[in-house]
Design a protein around this ligand. Structure first.
Ligand code: AHR
Length: 507
């Protein structure tokens, strides 16, 4: 059997894991909101019209923050359309997705939904067609206690207490020509910096995310980050990265190697942020917000022009990717990559949450179910909290169409507060099981060491297997007997593994 080794030491610390790396995203797009989280006529709808079957699935994911309301949508959105009496709210053309937006769910409703889902809101402001003034005003409306026109308007609209939004995105993908009000790096940098100043003067407790590139393949990548941070560095807290992968040519080894690119992307952007900090002699650190990441290609991939070739409507079936088993493996690998960059990546949002390139699917009037990609996120979010440790992995490597020296096994390790260690590991090898020899000597002592308490495996013989409303448990992780002999654990071919190790002698 093939062999791999993993050395782990409690002193090889990458950094504290910010729980917000397990965030997600709801955009006013397709059926994410209407017939996704909100469906007042649904049998499970609560008094506010939210589907409680969906809330239950979101709660199990343990998502600490949800980005909202876009995405491309936000670049033409006026937040004022989404407040006040519902019957008076305007129906608007959303030019991003050629959709009619009824504004039935707006700012107050979404904050209420996030609370029910045990989450918090990461609110994106419009810096496409919007202005720094209007971005600042939503901060005052949401967060100022009262005694000004905007804060008193919020109170009149039913929220006596501030909505308490602590995290804001300064626009969305402003480097992309598909974006309403797209900007050059200089135009965006100036606009974002002025918006940041006004927003923080309005509420100094908020944190801000500036737009980085919408992908590392953009022609302006690198220069964009440099220009934006050169202008905004000390007024923003995070720089965003977006990354989606697909397997359009059915080359699974190459697809599963995509995280080599993600790791490179993250490290390059972190390097630019670090360089600007040095150049400015600043004590302030700008961390990274990977606030859109996922697999996206089943529903036509990232060609955003195709969404314009359809009739207008609301709750349209857009971007409804049906995820298979190999997508779940890549999502697991992306989570491993995020954990291994826990020193710089402090926020990450799987894009998105419900129906739109999402781990959760619904049928209007029908069921809600978890797609394959739901499970690695749920397990990482539930078990992967604490300190990220750097595993030293030695294993066979192979080349794929686009990547060189792709390790057969990739893994991340987390030391939890109670001393337990959780290893998330993927065996990329499609044909062979691998024996992973875990060298945990730094965790041993005269009186004991670590024992494998749980081993969960997600594997399916069919890489293209999916979950459906009728067969929602087709691709799910399963607990197997935890067997670790002489530090050796078997990782089945093509599998996502969660190994929970616990000290044999608890302090
Ligand atoms: O998540 C889908 C879309 O992808 C978002 O609206 C946009 O920001 C990105 O291009």
């Amino acid at each position: 059997m093939k062999q791999a080794t993993l050395i782990l030491d409690r002193d090889y610390r990458i950094g504290d894991i910010d729980p917000r790396i397990y965030g997600s995203f709801i955009e006013h797009l397709g059926r994410a909101v209407y017939t996704g989280i909100y469906e007042p006529d649904h049998p499970t709808a609560d008094g506010d019209g939210f589907r409680s079957d969906v809330i239950d699935l979101v709660k199990r994911l343990n998502v600490p923050v949800v980005r909202y309301p876009g995405g491309n949508f936000v670049s033409g959105f006026d937040w004022r359309d989404s407040i006040g009496p519902r019957e008076a709210r305007p129906r608007r053309m959303d030019l991003a997705w050629k959709t009619t937006e009824p504004n039935t769910v707006g700012l107050h409703e979404f904050c209420a939904w996030a609370k029910k889902a045990d989450s918090s809101v990461m609110y994106a402001v419009n810096l496409g067609t919007g202005t720094p003034a209007s971005a600042r005003e939503v901060v005052e409306y949401a967060n100022h206690p009262g005694g000004t026109a905007l804060s008193d308007q919020r109170r009149k609209n039913g929220a006596e207490d501030p909505l308490g939004i602590k995290l804001f995105c300064l626009g969305n993908e402003m480097d992309g020509p598909w974006q309403m009000g797209a900007k050059t790096a200089n135009e965006y940098a100036r606009c974002a910096n002025e918006a940041a100043k006004l927003m923080k003067w309005t509420d100094p407790t908020i944190e801000l995310v500036a737009c980085g590139s919408s992908g590392s393949g953009m022609p302006t990548f690198g220069d964009w980050e440099h220009t934006v941070l050169n202008e905004c560095h000390d007024n923003v807290d995070y720089l965003s990265l977006h990354r989606y992968y697909g397997n359009p040519h059915n080359d699974t080894p190459d697809f599963l190697a995509s995280t080599m690119d993600l790791d490179d992307f993250i490290k390059t952007v972190a390097g630019i942020a670090r360089g600007i900090k040095g150049k400015k002699h600043s004590r302030h650190t700008v961390s990274l917000s990977l606030d859109e990441w996922n697999v996206w290609y089943h529903s036509h991939g990232q060609d955003q022009t195709i969404y314009k070739n359809k009739p207008w409507g609301t709750a349209l079936h857009l971007l409804e990717d049906i995820y298979n088993f190999e997508d779940a493996l890549l999502v697991g690998l992306m989570l491993i990559t995020i954990l291994k960059n826990a020193d710089t990546v402090k926020i990450a949002c799987m894009a998105q949450l419900v129906n739109v390139i999402a781990p959760i699917m619904t049928r209007e009037g029908g069921g809600a179910w978890a797609q394959t990609i739901y499970y690695p996120l749920m397990q990482a979010s539930t078990l992967g909290r604490g300190v990220s440790l750097a595993p030293i992995i030695s294993c066979e490597k192979a080349d794929t169409a686009h990547y060189t020296d792709v390790p057969m096994v990739d893994a991340a390790a987390v030391q939890k507060e109670n001393g337990d260690v959780v290893i998330f590991a993927v065996n990329r090898n499609l044909t062979d099981d691998v024996v992973l020899k875990c060298d945990l000597r730094a965790f041993g002592s005269a009186s004991g060491g670590m024992m494998l308490a749980h081993h969960s495996v997600m594997h399916h013989d069919d890489m293209k297997a999916v979950n459906t409303e009728d067969n929602p448990m087709n691709v799910v992780p399963a607990d197997i007997a935890p067997v670790m002999e002489d530090g050796c654990v078997k990782l089945p071919r093509a599998s996502w593994n969660v190994l929970c190790l616990t000290p044999t002698v608890k302090k």
